[in-house]
Every structure is written in structure tokens, then in C-alpha cells.
Design a protein around this ligand. Structure first.
Ligand SMILES: [Fe+2]
Length: 314
């Protein structure tokens, strides 16, 4: 952590939402990251050239809110060209794990540290902001990010362009049941959408300088308006989120082997035994993930033959 960094508030929210609503439900935020040199198209094109290929996912922005991931249209450009031509490429792109670049990591940590301080904590760890990761999104005008959920908490910051970000309450499992949540956590994030979910949603209309807090596993869809868009997800995983994610991963492996599993929380003692076993295996595998080739192999073994779906579209 960059303990000596400037901690003037980078993210703010109205009505004490950072204290009262966080981390339980979504709320609007404002931020000071629009115009930051690391978040301009030329710098993002440079980042796209530097990142390992499996850290970049892109496809046509012409997607449905309820999108079958096997039927997503591709874009016939290389990643750097997609960024350079984003105003007309008809594309949606995410650059993953930008936290592995030291400059971007400092930006992510400084931003979260300002939130930690605003909430009365001295450090990221004290505030529960562990496993900090960043994801940059560039998308063409009129692009849709299909309905999906993410296995982490997220401050989503809009840097450039107009965007509608709709977030839905699934705390009772009405939108996605436990098995779907496991599938989304482990295999593919997309969740089927239908209009009966509408009353459970809240829409945030974002321009540069706006953003929203997206709680763990709250499904959402996103649409850009008539301009290209640059956004960033600043994510972290609390100890409880890491525990749930690891249980979902192990349950998914056991389910694939023919052993149906109860959701986390149904049998706490059994959860603890599964967690210890899974983490023992994961600690052995983790060093292998430094290699892109091994990451592909591990994804293939753990997730099945479609695991590297987004790499076929290059
Ligand atoms: Fe998301």
C-alpha cells in the first residue's frame, strides 16, 4: 500500500451514503478521476499493447441485455486498434487487472485510501479493502454490457461519455438462485434478464465525474449513449467475499464431478472443511498462474472447454 500518498477525497457521496449505505446497497458517487492522464485513450492504447492478451476481452457492443455469451458478435480488429478507433469501432472492451501495472495500482490504492480515511480508517487493510484490482472499460457509442454479476465489490467511475448503469437487488435470490450465483461466480458472469426484474432496479445516469457503488453480486446492465465511453471499476474483496468465492469455486468443481453441493451457509462446518481443502489446492496452483499459458490450461481444467472463450475472438 502507498501509505504516503495524497489522501484528499477522490470519491464522495451525498447524504452520508459512504457511512450509512456502504457496503449494503448501491448509491451514487462523485469522483475526481475524469481527465487523469492514465485514463485517456492514448494511454489506454499503450496499456492495451503492454497487457498479456488474456487480460483483454472485447467484442461487438451490439449485445442484448439478456445476452447468451455463446452468441456474442466479435470485432475484427486487434486490441490497440479497438482503443484507437473506439468512436466508430462498434466495440466493447475491458482491460483486466490493470492493478498489475504500478502506475495504475497507485491510482487505485490512492482512491480507495481516500474512502478508507473518509470512513475513519487508517489503511486499506483496516477498511477491508484487500485484493484491490482494477478494470478499464472502453466502449463505442450505443454499446450494451449485458446483464451480469461480479464476485467483488466495486466503485465504478465514469471518466468520459454518457452511460446508464442499472443495478438490481438479488438478495432474496429472485433474479438468480444459489446455483446461478455459483455459475456466474465461477464460469460466466452473464445472467438471464426479464422485465419482471425491473422494480428491483435502480438506474444511475452517469457522465464524466459520476459513478456508483456496486455491491458484491448485485446484477447490473450498462448502456452507453451517443458518445464513446471510458470507465473504470475499482474493485476489492473482503475476507468474507473471498470465503464465499472460494466455496463457490470448490462447489462448482465438486458439482462438475457429479456431487451436488449445498450453497455456502447451509452447512457451516462442512463449509469450513471444504474451504481448508480448496485453499490447500489453490496455494499449490497459484504460482503457476504467473504464466499466461498456464493460466489458459488452469482455466480449461477448472472451468471446462469454453473457459477461454474470449481469446478466440482475437
Ligand atoms: Fe460488472
Amino acid at each position: 500500500m502507498n501509505a504516503t500518498s495524497n489522501v484528499a477525497p477522490v470519491i464522495t457521496a451525498d447524504n452520508d451514503a459512504l457511512t450509512l449505505d456502504f457496503p449494503l446497497k448501491p448509491f451514487a458517487i462523485r469522483h475526481k478521476l475524469a481527465g487523469h492522464p492514465l485514463l485517456t485513450l492514448p494511454r489506454i492504447a499503450q496499456l492495451a499493447a503492454e497487457l498479456p492478451r488474456d487480460r483483454i476481452e472485447y467484442n461487438s457492443g451490439d449485445a442484448a441485455i439478456s445476452q447468451d455469451p455463446d452468441k456474442v458478435k466479435s470485432v475484427d480488429l486487434d486490441p490497440v486498434e479497438v482503443v484507437k478507433r473506439i468512436e466508430s469501432a462498434g466495440a466493447w472492451m475491458v482491460l483486466k487487472r490493470i492493478d498489475e501495472s504500478p502506475e495504475y495500482r497507485a491510482l487505485l490504492e490512492d482512491t480507495l485510501l481516500s474512502v478508507a480515511r473518509a470512513r475513519g480508517f487508517k489503511s486499506l487493510n483496516d477498511a477491508g479493502f484487500s485484493q484491490v484490482e482494477g478494470f478499464l472499460f472502453v466502449s463505442s457509442p450505443n454499446s450494451t454490457t449485458p446483464f451480469h454479476m461480479d464476485a467483488e465489490d466495486n466503485f465504478f467511475v465514469q471518466i468520459h461519455g454518457d452511460k446508464t448503469f442499472a443495478i438490481f437487488d438479488n438478495r432474496d435470490g429472485f433474479i438468480a438462485n444459489e446455483e446461478q450465483v455459483e455459475y456466474s461466480t465461477v464460469k460466466h458472469r452473464n445472467v438471464p434478464y426479464n422485465d419482471s426484474f425491473k422494480p428491483r432496479g435502480v438506474e444511475f445516469h452517469l457522465v464524466g465525474g459520476d459513478g456508483c457503488y456496486v455491491p458484491y453480486q448485485w446484477p447490473h446492465w450498462v448502456k452507453t449513449a451517443g458518445t464513446h465511453s471510458i470507465s473504470m471499476a475499482i474493485t476489492w474483496k473482503t475476507a468474507e467475499v473471498r470465503r464465499l468465492n472460494d466455496l463457490h469455486r470448490f462447489n462448482s468443481l465438486l458439482r462438475s464431478a457429479g456431487f451436488a453441493q449445498a450453497a455456502p451457509g447451509v452447512h457451516p462446518a462442512w463449509d469450513a472443511a471444504k474451504l481448508a481443502t480448496y485453499r490447500g489446492i489453490a496455494a499449490f496452483i497459484e504460482p503457476l498462474r504467473k504464466s499466461e499459458t498456464m493460466r489458459r490450461v488452469i482455466r480449461r481444467i477448472a472451468l471446462g472447454k469454453n473457459a477461454n472463450y474470449y481469446l478466440k475472438k482475437a
